[in-house]
Design a protein around this ligand. Structure first.
Ligand code: PEP
Ligand code: CO
Length: 463
């Protein structure tokens, strides 16, 4: 039942980092009141359903695929972008399910991923210094004083864009697009002739064959919902606390608080102070919660966060999203896992191989070498396997478009190519082909985890 001592505004008593400074308090309050009266974007029952699926991940029986934009924008908002990201996620899920023989829980970084923590509150260009761009729900990316002034009305625009995105995603997930019979059709034309395209087609062919076989027994998409539809959930960093507070409601079925802006929320690397406002907010809502863990995190901090966010040690409630960087992971991760493991936490351990691997190219672009991303993902899997911990999930910034934002991959994107199609509003994303390449690598890693846990060890055989 409802925790009587917690209310959605309690975070206001703590220090809240990375919040915009609005020029006008009355305008902000008016927007909060408007948001408060608007309908929920997601239902509490859906967040509960996601939590029960994530519980299976925590127990080693499923895998979490969390993916999407670094920052959604108002300008790039259109049906094609949403569809293409969705179809690449479907393809990744097929590759992973096929490789690991386990269900894949699909969670988009979408329908609310509009607010960014920045390394500096201001940006300098020539002699001019202006507030940094903080995401479309706060200010505009254009470098002028008026564009960079935080405007609370942008929260309302973000809410409506999130509603329209969710509406389309629900239609894609349940309206026939995700039917497994369409497994070949999810391929994007520019990936078709790549090595990933060929590998994907081989899997798709085998699935079609299996479907034809099952059809002889009258089993197929028409009779089995899971083959005809998919479950797709939304998530974003719960950074802008006035927005999250205004969308936090009591669920009439359970009497518990839910943040109905998304199914899952996560706390960023820069706002995970156990005494800070973001942790104070997330502890009171019943949604599944993610916490980013960077290379400076200690095992004591991880245990403290688990105690605050998941005091009942409920599986599915808490996901640690590790983003160490390929240069730090071998040194930092093993001791951390070894120590935390002894406490028996029911948490998901997922890998974000993106945020610790940012570099500046010689041509001036912020980029990520695809090799570093693969290296970190591989090292993550190896260390978890060593400690007998389930490889719980992957968290990536990607798009279904053929962008040139991360260097490397089968298309061999070079530093010179970055300028060709560099469209991100914040961090560089994997394109469709790089996303599939990563999925194939993970499928192999998961397969060896499954083989290990189902093959009796030498010791068992001998005794
Ligand atoms: C992000 O996921 O976009 C992000 C800012 O990550 P982190 O908090 O890990 O830096
Ligand atoms: Co990012």
């Amino acid at each position: 039942m409802l925790n009587p001592s917690w209310t959605p505004n309690l975070w206001r008593e703590r220090s809240a980092l990375h919040q915009p400074v609005y020029p006008d308090d009355t305008g902000l309050r008016r927007v909060e009141d408007t948001l408060h009266a608007l309908p929920p974007l997601v239902f509490a029952g859906e967040a509960r359903e996601l939590k029960s699926k994530l519980a299976r991940v925590a127990q080693g029986e499923a895998f979490l695929l969390q993916a999407g934009d670094c920052a959604e924008s108002f300008k790039e908002f259109n049906a094609d972008n949403i569809r293409d990201t969705f179809r690449v996620m479907l393809q990744m899920a097929v590759i992973l399910t096929f490789g690991a023989s386990m269900p894949v829980v699909k969670v988009g970084r979408t329908a609310g991923q509009f607010v960014k923590p920045r390394s500096s509150p201001t940006e300098q260009q020539g002699d001019t210094e202006l507030p940094s761009y903080l995401g479309d729900m706060v200010n505009d990316i254009e470098f002028t004083a008026s564009a960079r002034t935080p405007d609370p009305q942008r929260m309302i625009k973000g809410y409506h864009q999130a509603a329209a995105t969710l509406n389309l995603l629900r239609a894609f997930a349940q309206g026939g697009y995700a039917d497994i019979k369409k497994v070949h059709g999810w391929m994007l034309s520019f990936v078709e002739n790549s090595p990933q395209g060929h590998r994907y087609r081989q899997i798709a062919d085998r699935i079609s064959e299996a479907l034809a076989f099952m059809a002889a027994f009258d089993v197929g998409p028409a009779s089995v919902r899971q083959l005809r539809e998919t479950d797709f959930y939304t998530s974003h960093e719960g950074l802008l606390l006035p927005y999250e507070e205004a969308l936090t409601r009591i669920d009439s079925t359970t009497g518990k608080w839910y943040d109905v802006s998304a199914h899952m929320l996560w706390i960023g690397e820069r706002t995970r102070d156990p005494n800070g406002a973001h942790v104070a907010f997330m502890k009171g809502i019943d949604n599944p919660i993610g916490i980013k863990i960077g290379p400076l995190a200690t095992s004591e901090q991880i245990l403290k966060l688990a105690e605050i966010i998941n005091p009942k040690n409920e599986p599915g409630r808490l996901t640690f999203i590790l983003r160490m960087g390929h240069e730090n992971i071998d040194k930092k991760l093993p001791p951390l896992l070894r120590h935390v493991k002894t406490y028996g936490l029911n948490a998901i351990w997922a890998c974000d191989p993106m945020h610790g691997n940012v570099i500046k190219s010689k041509t001036g672009y912020k980029t990520r070498p695809f090799d570093s991303i693969l290296k970190e993902a591989k090292a993550f899997c190896a260390h978890l396997r060593n400690e007998d911990i389930h490889i719980g999930g992957i968290h990536i910034e990607m798009t279904g478009k053929d962008v040139t934002e991360c260097i490397g991959g089968a298309q061999e994107i070079t530093e010179e190519n970055l300028k060709d199609r560099y469209h991100t509003h914040c961090d560089p994303r994997l394109n469709a082909s790089q996303s599939l390449e990563l999925a194939f690598l993970l499928a192999d890693e998961l397969k060896s985890e499954v083989t290990r846990t189902t093959t009796p060890s030498a010791k068992t055989v001998a005794s």
